[in-house]
Design a protein. Structure first.
Length: 318
């Protein structure tokens, strides 16, 4: 069982001062701002402009659809076991299973809570942050020992250089600036701590252009019709030859939720492994490595991406 983390470790996202908790409200001792606690989750969102608000709404709609369809916790956890989620986390972090016990870990952009669940099961002292109200509520349900807070990653309510492991999987590239988001989140890693991110890979410019055109068209339909269109893409994606050929030109797969994840976000940046590795080095990380496997052949590199369209990069804070 995971070590229970504490809301007392949270700090004001504006001035980084500790809170006083009174009557379901967290009040900052310094700047006197107050933040509500709703459904046992502190709501600490500040610094949200119109662009970030659009991202928040897009992802909240995604977690609402997921929560609607996967309303049974046992069913969701069964899906996680079937997917080998914990083993997948061990694979992309390249850490041993017994490493996580009592380590202070942070999941930035926890979304529906899948990786927070895996970290919770591995015995981490876990903190989970997400921008969306539905996301944090789902995360709390799936990772009950985690300290969960709704917050903006550009204004994190946590002390810097305090975590043995920070992960941000499929999140930073959905912000106005991936690099700025990386710089902000990387400050949370303590000396000798580990930082692992996943971002979209820059490859086939034609595919990226056509995917972006489809994204804009689907967003113009509204969230309900967009989800219906993603169900159609799911059906096509389950036909292996069509998926293999079609993925050379647009992004889609055999999951309506994966498709909706791809297209509901209003911002999607793409980066190369070399570019992201340089960010790690410039922020004082060593032993930087890409942790997901590489495809062979120029055809795959161009049409599918050297790393299948996503890049997991890990570094250790020196």
């Amino acid at each position: 069982m995971a070590k229970k983390s504490s809301v007392n470790a949270l700090v004001c996202p504006v001035c980084c001062t500790h809170f006083v908790k009174r009557h379901g409200v967290l009040s900052c001792k310094n700047c006197k701002r107050s933040f509500p606690i709703y459904k046992n989750i502190p709501r600490l969102v500040v610094g949200v402009n119109s662009v970030i608000e659009e991202v928040q709404q897009g992802f909240d709609s995604q977690w609402q659809y997921t929560s609607r369809d996967f309303n049974s916790k046992d069913y969701v956890l069964g899906e996680f076991v079937e997917q080998g989620l914990t083993n997948y986390l061990l694979e992309f972090t390249r850490l041993e299973r017994n490493w996580f016990k009592k380590k202070r870990c942070l999941d930035v952009g926890s979304g529906f809570g899948r990786y927070s669940h895996a970290l919770d099961e591995l015995g981490a002292e876990l903190y989970s942050i997400d921008l969306t109200p539905t996301g944090v509520e789902s995360t709390k349900r799936l990772a009950p020992h985690s300290t969960v807070a709704q917050a903006n990653l550009f204004s994190l309510p946590l002390k810097q250089q305090a975590f043995d492991l920070v992960i941000s999987i499929g999140v930073l590239h959905h912000t106005p600036s991936t690099r700025a988001a990386f710089d902000r989140v990387s400050r949370m890693v303590k000396k000798n701590g580990v930082f692992v991110i996943m971002v979209y890979e820059k490859h086939n410019p034609l595919k990226l252009f056509l995917t972006e055109c489809l994204r804009r068209a689907l967003n113009a339909l509204g969230k309900k019709k967009m989800f219906d269109a993603c169900v159609v893409l799911e059906k096509i994606g389950k036909i292996t030859p069509l998926r293999y050929v079609g993925n050379a030109f647009i992004t889609f797969g055999p999951s309506r939720y994966g498709n909706y994840d791809c297209y509901s976000a209003p911002i999607n940046h793409h980066h190369t492994a070399e570019e992201v590795s340089k960010w790690f080095e410039e922020n004082g990380f060593i032993d930087v490595e890409v942790t997901n496997s590489e495809l062979s052949g120029w055809f795959n590199h161009f049409f599918r991406g050297k790393h299948r369209g996503i890049i997991f990069v890990k570094g250790v804070k020196k």
